[in-house]
Design a protein around this ligand. Structure first.
Ligand code: GLU
Length: 418
């Protein structure tokens, strides 16, 4: 197997690709290619059997020109410094492309959460929250869920922070349960923006989403909700996968039924309604109208891209395509709608949650979804306008051109501070 791309180098290459079309000096752009700071910490936590285990954890604050650092915290054995740096950079450009007033950050713990009890996970999470406390804050850095974290972990972090600060500060973290100050619509938001982007993309390309065949790689929060919502638009979800493997059904699945099966058995594999079981690689190279990578970075590299047969790719995961894959797909006229637009629904509804927390006034789910629809469709139009006006090679570069311009505008307005 080819060596995995380093996501931080991928991010820097994406910025370089866009730099050609941005009116700024090289030294100013250089600043946008690396994080302002990275916290690396080792958490010593007591296990249920009385032993002590040490977990490496990171928080990268990439750029705060447009507002507080913002971005999730993931729990995964593959977490490493460069991955977290890349993910924090992608957050900067994601927030800028949808025009919400945040910079970018990201954190992670090197851990396989399946190996630990709930009590152990609570102690590990609270230990990380204690380390994060001086770095985060409602106006400083606002974490959120990411891979393998959700409302439970966010509630623990909020509670640890509030206890240590002797205050109430629900806006210090987003993605909380409704009862802990979360927002309606937050859980569905990443899948929802993915589907809004797919709908707009098909419309832009003059294609019909109704009846389109769709493959979804990953059946976590983003992938399963995207499958459900695209099915509701009349598309045919013919293949889905998770880390256990992929399943295929020519007539299309009922995504809710597949989700029930996954809830019962722990994976999509073995689903009774499937025609065939496939590998993840088979799924990514299916001849479909739309492919939605909704798992991890580097799902499609330059080699695999040569076998991709989808007409359109909409990225629900962060960084699922390497820069080499982008080049191959541009050659083969596969349209890629990038992560920093398509999955921006999560952070956009996090923004709504933060606004509601600040106002202590909560919105209906209808209002949340309506505001989200407005933000994503406006960002889609900004991106396609930039694509056409500058005759750009692909939509990812268009998204970076829009986003970098916005970050540079706020940097320039701020003047110089040594
Ligand atoms: N982890 C999500 C992302 O990658 C959400 C971040 C947030 O809500 O701050 O966009």
């Amino acid at each position: 197997m080819a060596e995995q791309a380093n996501p931080f180098e991928s991010l820097q290459e994406q910025i370089d690709d866009a730099s050609e079309y941005v009116d700024a000096d090289a030294d100013v752009l250089e600043r946008l290619k690396r994080p302002e700071r990275v916290l690396e910490t080792n958490l010593s936590v007591e296990m249920d059997d009385g032993s002590v285990e040490v977990f490496k954890a990171f928080r990268s604050q990439f750029n705060g020109d447009r507002g507080p650092y913002k971005g999730g915290i993931r729990y995964h054995p593959g977490v490493n410094r460069d991955e977290v740096k890349a993910l924090s950079g992608w957050m900067v450009y994601k927030c800028a492309v949808v025009g919400i007033p945040y910079g970018g950050g990201k954190g992670g713990i090197v851990i396989d959460p399946d190996d630990y009890s709930e009590n152990e996970l609570e102690r590990i999470t609270r230990s990380f929250a204690k380390e994060l406390r001086p770095f985060i804050g409602v106006d400083r850095d606002v974490p959120a869920p990411d891979v393998n974290t959700g409302q439970r972990e966010m509630n623990w972090i909020k509670d640890t922070y509030e206890t240590l600060e002797n205050t109430t500060a629900p806006g210090v973290i987003t993605g909380k349960a409704i009862e802990s100050g979360g927002s309606a619509g937050r859980v569905e938001a990443t899948g929802r923006s993915t589907v809004i982007t797919a709908r707009e993309a098909f419309d832009y390309l003059g294609e019909e989403i109704d009846g389109a065949s769709v493959a979804v790689q990953g059946y976590g929060n983003a992938g399963w909700i995207a499958a459900k919502l695209i099915d509701e638009l009349g598309a045919n979800v013919v293949a889905v996968s998770d880390s256990s493997g992929a399943i295929y059904r020519g007539d299309g699945f009922d995504p809710r039924d597949v989700k029930d099966h996954k809830n019962e058995t722990g994976s999509v594999s073995g689903y009774h309604g499937a025609d065939e079981e496939l590998s993840n690689e088979d799924l990514l190279t299916l001849d479909v109208d739309l492919l939605v990578p909704a798992a991890l970075e580097n799902a499609i590299d330059g080699d695999l891209a040569k076998d991709v047969d989808a007409d359109v790719i909409v990225e629900a995961a962060n960084g699922p395509l390497t820069p080499e894959a982008d080049d191959v797909l541009a050659e083969s006229d596969t349209y890629v709608f990038p992560d920093i637009l398509a999955n921006a629904g999560g952070v956009t509804v996090s923004y709504f949650e933060w606004v509601q927390n600040r106002q202590r006034f909560y919105w209906s789910e209808e209002r949340v979804n309506e505001e989200l629809e407005g933000i994503i469709t406006t960002a889609f139009d900004d991106l396609t306008d930039a694509y056409e006006e500058n005759d750009l090679p692909n939509f990812r570069t268009a998204a970076y051109v829009v986003a970098i311009d916005r970050v540079l505008d706020s940097y320039e307005e701020s003047g110089n501070w040594p």
